[in-house]
Design a protein around this ligand. Sequence first.
Ligand SMILES: [Zn+2]
Length: 342
Amino acid sequence: MVKLAFAHALEISEDGAAPVLWAYDDIRQADSPAGLLRVSCLSAPPLARLEIRDAALESEIRLRCARLGENRIDGRAIGKIVGWSVAAVASIVLVVLFAIPLAADRLAPLVPKSFERRVGEASEVQIKALFGNRVCNRAAGQAAYAKLMRKLRKAADLDNDVESAVLATDVPNAFALPGGKVYLLRGLLAKADNPDEIAGVLAHELGHLKHHDNMRGLIYNGGTSFLIGLLFGDVTGSNALIFASRQLVTSSHSREAEQNADTMTIDVMHKLGRSPKPMGELLYRVTGKEGDKNLSILASHPLTEDRLQRMSGEDHPPSGPPLLSDKEWAALKGICDGVAKK
Ligand SMILES: [Zn+2]
């Protein structure tokens, strides 16, 4: 038989033994079936429990023990823990979906040129390896390509001192690296009928450079893979670099970035007294209506049909000299002669 007395603390006496004192502030409610109040005490042995069935006693305990409900792991507390876990996962997802793109948008224009160039050089090694290190090197062709790039860069108001190259691969594509290098792939050059078609494509890539779209993509994908790496405990710089390099070549930009790059093509070609329409025609010829989703310049929104329509709307008869002479164009077309194809 247990007797309870309410003194300065709760006095619990059992079968005539000396009473045990539970300070009211130390008493906590434990889990119990309905109709029963079960309490423990912080200063008592951990398994000690007092069970109260009497309603009057229970209300007396509730009245005196102000901290009765603290530290209870009940359904509500478990719900809270689950809620916080969900919130933590959700916040990572939110960071990936919103914060990283936002940060990439804000950061990309602020990245120093020298750093951008270093990133470009680091990924260039990977990318050349990806295409079997087949750089087209016929001197006359290289001179023609350099001349074309010089004119385009000047019209685009971009630095002039960056080398660009043609790679001997049948993939019909072109891409730019952070820092300014623009690569043209033989597959696209082979399908081109005149310098304006190629010039428009290169101007589009210069647009991506000018708007830091490539750097933005790197920060975005780098940030995402970093976070995913954190989740799965695998953050390796070299993997990130290889991944980023591939991503530079294969991924497409946002629809808005593509449209802005096309605007650069229109501006640059008009500045040079040429039409942007041939670029639309080349891409339409290569991809058809839908576009091949696997190639960045071609996968890009807007669909090549919409692009051709836009470029046609900007078509003017040439008011400037041809960008390359017939001889230079022939040299450019033959820039990969003698380089093994991949
Ligand atoms: Zn593009």
